[in-house]
Design a binder for this molecule. Structure first.
Ligand code: 1PR
Length: 537
């Protein structure tokens, strides 16, 4: 029996599903004392440092966690849970952490690497832990903007380190208390093995091998002695209801998903997502492409897709479509935070905002200031920037001269229909149906300011064409933001992935059609990318 510390924020469904998958049953905390008395405790930290600490204090959990760790009872913390063991964090100044490990959590410096770190990186072990047994240096999934630094005062806690612009502490351990900065429940088979080790080890065994500092077990992920983040390969499933009322995976050509008036049906969402997980996708994205019309809280099948998918898929899941505030027919108001909460509780790790981000940026540009009320701001404040993706649907607008428009213009190698040598990228809403007077640079820079953690960069001109990614668009966006950028639209062969990573600094590349139609396998993409000397999981 494993006890899960659920304090009501974010996606802990994946941890629960991973434990169940490994054959254990899951118990919930009912009273603060349960934290102390639990046989095995897992604390999956989700949300900002301040929010987590506030919830732990309000519920009377903080003292019990400290008591448990001081009594050396088995404890496994994940992500922000590792950070709460320290004295405080730059993320929430003035909020005290649990204070078991000396030191402050810091923010990754801007400029060197994209922040947040989102993706698969390695770990270098610094001492023995039964939890890392049989770990062969595979990459694990990280998603965070803040890190624990290596200091002399906290050195005896350091179990493993990772490199991301600098070397940081990616796992801590003292006695039976272990915490990981990465997400084992989102790290495929390698992560599940670590969870299995925790669940299988008995308290007595763990105590017995404590103190064994077996550096023979030390491993590093690269020959240079440093770990490095891989470029992510993402499978995307555009989902909508067809005329028979079934929820299907579809795929458009430049956003037109119909053939002879019928919605193209390329498979069932849950089964396809599982296939991509098993074939090695680093992430799965679902886009509810009629989300701008439908309201997700009434669109229960989509929530069910997430719930079912997360039972067997142990890599990150993103869901987009319809994330906005809404008033239902009975006058009940739902904030976009309510909608996002429902998605997170159903198994999503990140939510993706499309149309609503465009409207938000328009208002921001009109007023010149943040109002704190937009979906991006609200969700980012509660769940952290890393949980908020902005999905952009731009299209090229060609001009003959750069000063023909007030928008950011690029000189392009792909001339327009009348031989125009310049273009700007217009943002659209409602699944590309409506163009707005806002360009892609305005959109992404304001979204970053408002708290978005990642950009999913589609391109209507390339979508479904198999002609390769729009490299000019991708590099333009990369040059204007410091958050990670996912290149999307147009992949037609494995070489297109190599090209996008060689010619732009995209952090990930996403494709739909070629995977659905089985034209190229994910493994083939990864092997081509690897042969080109680019790091992948
Ligand atoms: O506006 O917040 O409700 O979100 C709606 C979301 O649905 C947006 O993220 C928008 O991109 C997406 N969407 C809406 N309509 C369509 C459509 O196709 N008719 N899909 C649509 C956008 C782009 C990618 C596609 C890549 C790769 N699809 O999802 O997977 O272009 O395709 P490829 O590899 O086959 O070229 P909101």
């Amino acid at each position: 029996m494993v006890t899960l510390l659920d304090y009501g924020a974010g996606n802990i469904r994946s941890v629960r599903n991973a434990i169940k998958k490994l054959g254990f049953s899951v118990n919930e905390i009912k009273t603060p004392e349960d934290i102390f008395s639990a046989e095995k405790l897992i604390f999956p930290g989700v949300g900002s440092f301040g929010l987590v600490m506030q919830r732990l204090r309000e519920k009377g959990y903080a003292e019990q966690i400290i008591r448990r760790i001081q009594a050396d009872k088995p404890f496994l913390g994940i992500c922000v849970a590792l950070q709460t063991l320290y004295e405080g964090s730059e993320e929430s100044p003035g909020v005290a952490g649990l204070g078991l490990i000396p030191g402050q959590i810091k923010r990754f410096p801007e400029g060197k690497t994209a922040v947040p770190q989102i993706g698969w990186n390695g770990i270098t072990s610094q001492k023995f832990s039964p939890l890392l047994e049989e770990y062969k240096g595979e990459k694990l999934y990280f998603v965070h903007s803040y890190y624990a630094s290596l200091t002399e005062k906290s050195a005896d806690w350091t179990l493993a380190t990772t490199d991301y612009g600098l070397e940081f502490v990616s796992a801590v351990k003292r006695g039976n208390c272990t915490a990981f900065q990465f997400h084992p429940e989102k790290s495929g088979e390698a992560g599940l093995k670590m969870l299995a080790n925790y669940l299988a080890s008995s308290f007595a065994e763990t105590v017995e091998i404590r103190g064994k500092n077996n550096l023979e077990n030390k491993f590093v992920a690269t020959e240079q002695g440093k770990t490095s983040i891989g470029k992510r390969i993402i499978a995307c499933l555009d989902v909508r209801t067809n005329s028979s009322g079934d929820l299907v995976v579809t795929k458009g050509d430049q956003y037109d998903v119909k053939d002879g008036g019928e919605v193209r049906n390329l498979g069932k969402p849950v089964a396809l997502a599982r296939r991509y997980y098993e074939e090695g996708a680093d992430e799965i994205t679902f886009l509810n492409i009629t989300g701008f019309r439908d309201f997700p809280m009434q669109d229960q099948p989509m929530l069910e897709v997430l719930r079912k998918t997360s039972e067997n898929v142990f890599v990150p899941l993103t869901i987009g479509g319809g994330i906005k505030e809404f008033t239902d027919s009975e006058g009940k108001h739902y904030s976009s935070l309510d909608v996002a909460h429902e998605y997170f509780r159903s198994g999503a790790d990140k939510i993706s905002i499309g149309s609503d981000a465009v409207y938000t940026v328009e208002k921001y540009l009109e007023n010149g200031e943040k109002n704190g009320c937009s979906s991006i701001e609200q969700i980012s404040r509660v769940y952290g920037a890393q949980a908020v993706v902005v999905s952009v649907d731009p299209r090229r607008i060609y001009v003959s001269f750069p000063d023909e428009t007030g928008h950011t213009v690029i000189k392009t190698d792909i001339p327009g229909p009348k031989g125009e040598k310049y273009c700007w990228y217009q943002c659209t809403v409602k699944g590309g149906r409506e163009g707005r007077d806002i360009d892609v640079v305005q959109l992404v820079t304001v979204c970053e300011k408002l708290g978005a953690g990642e950009i999913l960069l589609n391109c209507i001109d390339r979508d479904g064409t198999n002609s390769g990614f729009d490299l000019e668009l991708i590099q333009l966006v990369k040059e204007n933001v410091s958050i990670p950028v996912i290149a999307s639209s147009g992949a037609g062969k494995a070489d297109h992935f190599v090209e996008v990573f060689q010619k732009t600094s995209a952090d990930a590349a996403l494709a739909a059609g070629i995977f659905h139609r089985k034209e190229v396998a994910i493994a083939e993409v990864k092997s081509q990318v690897k042969i080109a000397g680019i790091e992948v999981r």
